[in-house]
Ligand binder design. Structure first.
Ligand code: S3P
Length: 263
């Protein structure tokens, strides 16, 4: 058995080596992201990623397989975060009609870029300890809109976040002003028929309850169209596209926007 003093010296050395390697790994992640941006290459494809299969084979003989899997997962998340910091120094606020895909896209971006996910409706539900439809039923829409504006004000310290806003959030000008201070605003659109197919099984949206038809959606969409377009920094159509296509398009459009802002 070696002496503890000697083992501790090796551990210290191992820590230093590990830190150096981790630093190198994260720097490479940043470099790879810059190269993708520069070459206008797909951002969400990660060629360097060890796929699950290979990773398991590599670790199978280790008595520390479980611990190593955990560490690899953390390193992967850190790498994604470094990448997303290279892409954006702002939050992304998703706006658009109910069912436009804000929450789904927010979740996908969180997964792919390790961004924080903030859902304004969920903040209100937590604050009020009530479902949105119950807030509407008990206190009315005006009260809900007040809660919504207050929740948006509270977003001012968000960093590296994807913020999902409720479909009516940008009708109030103060909300748009407050969102613009901390984010770039992305409008997601979809045809009324697509919206209906996405929302028809839920009764959580009080504005649509009793109005679950294409005509109503078309009308309300037309009423809101100017608000949405005026608030938006970029617009992404979601019909007939995969989640990956939508997110890739969204990221490339934001890169372009940032480049134009720099000029
Ligand atoms: C609303 C949209 C809902 C929610 C509330 C009101 C609207 O959010 O904020 O029911 O006025 O369009 P989603 O767009 O996330 O469904």
């Amino acid at each position: 058995m070696r002496e503890l003093k000697e083992i501790n010296r090796d551990l210290e050395l191992s820590n230093q080596n590990m830190l150096e390697l981790l630093h190198q790994h994260l720097s490479l992640k940043a470099e790879a992201m810059e190269a993708k941006k520069e070459g206008r290459l797909p951002i969400l494809e990660d060629q360097s990623k060890m796929d699950g299969e290979k990773r398991i084979t590599g670790l199978k003989d280790s008595p520390y397989e479980e611990e190593l899997q955990e560490i690899l997962h953390t390193i992967e998340t850190a790498g994604k975060r470094v990448g997303s910091k290279c892409l954006f120094d702002f939050n992304i606020a998703l706006i658009g009609f109910m069912g436009a895909g804000k929450s789904t896209i927010s979740r996908y971006l969180k997964d792919k870029l390790a961004m924080e996910e903030v859902d304004v409706d969920a903040m209100i539900v937590k604050d009020q300890n009530m479902a949105i439809k119950d807030i509407f039923a008990e206190h009315g829409e005006e009260y809900f809109r007040k809660c919504e504006s207050e929740a948006i004000i509270r977003l001012k310290d968000c960093r590296q976040s994807v913020i999902s806003c409720g479909g009516g959030a940008v009708i109030r000008e103060e909300n748009v002003t407050n969102l613009k201070k901390i984010s770039r605003i992305v409008l997601l659109t979809a045809a009324p028929e697509t919206i209906l197919s996405r929302v028809k099984t839920s009764d959580e949206r009080p504005i649509l309850n009793g109005n679950m038809n294409v005509e109503f959606i078309k009308e309300l969409m037309a009423e809101r169209a100017d608000y949405y377009r005026k608030a938006a920094d970029i617009i992404i159509e979601t019909d007939h596209k995969t989640m990956n296509q939508i997110c890739e398009e969204l990221i490339q459009a934001l890169i372009l926007l940032k480049e134009q802002e720099k000029k």
